[in-house]
Ligand binder design. Structure first.
Ligand code: FE2
Length: 171
């Protein structure tokens, strides 16, 4: 990506990845983890943000632990302002994952980048995440329609960034 389009991160910015470790247990989605006789977690396969992304769904408490599976318009800084733009690597799958989350009976939502959410906050967050990618699709298709000769990835990102409005320029 960096070499072809001059966008994204270079290898020089990657942190050390530590020693290799053997995994004793792995999941692929569809498993159930029992916590008590009346309490279990469903392992969900929810790619989009990343390939193979997984989340844990607690039906008993109507809660999901999703890490980065849903991204709103981007990740906030500690002060609530926009930190970095949304990232999702599978643009065809991500919208269907958003609709899947909307179909779950949910109250609590726990992610890796956003404060814990409950009730309407959860519903609004998922809905806003879906509306965001729908906006991106509209903006990108409109812009490509205006430029039949094509646009670079950097130009498309610029167009989407202008439509969103609050992505920091250096990200
Ligand atoms: Fe992530």
């Amino acid at each position: 990506m960096r070499k072809e389009h001059d966008v994204g991160f270079g290898l020089e910015s990657l942190p050390p990845d530590g020693k290799k470790r053997r995994m004793d247990v792995t999941f692929s989605g569809g498993e159930t983890i029992g916590l008590a006789d009346d309490w279990s977690l469903d392992v969900l396969h929810v790619p989009g943000h990343s390939h193979g992304h997984q989340a844990l769904y607690d039906r008993k408490h109507k809660a999901v632990y999703a890490s980065d599976a849903l991204r709103d318009r981007g990740c906030p800084k500690v002060d609530g302002s926009m930190g970095i733009p949304i990232t999702y690597y599978d643009v065809d799958v991500y919208p269907s994952i958003l609709r899947y989350f909307e179909s779950l009976d949910l109250d609590g939502f726990y992610s890796g980048q956003f404060p814990a959410m409950q009730g309407e906050e959860t519903k609004n967050f998922i809905s806003e995440s879906r509306k965001t990618v729908e906006l991106f699709d509209r903006v990108i298709l409109r812009e490509l329609g205006r430029h039949p000769e094509g646009l670079t990835l950097e130009q498309l990102i610029e167009t989407v960034a202008n439509a969103v409005g609050d992505w920091p320029r250096d990200t």
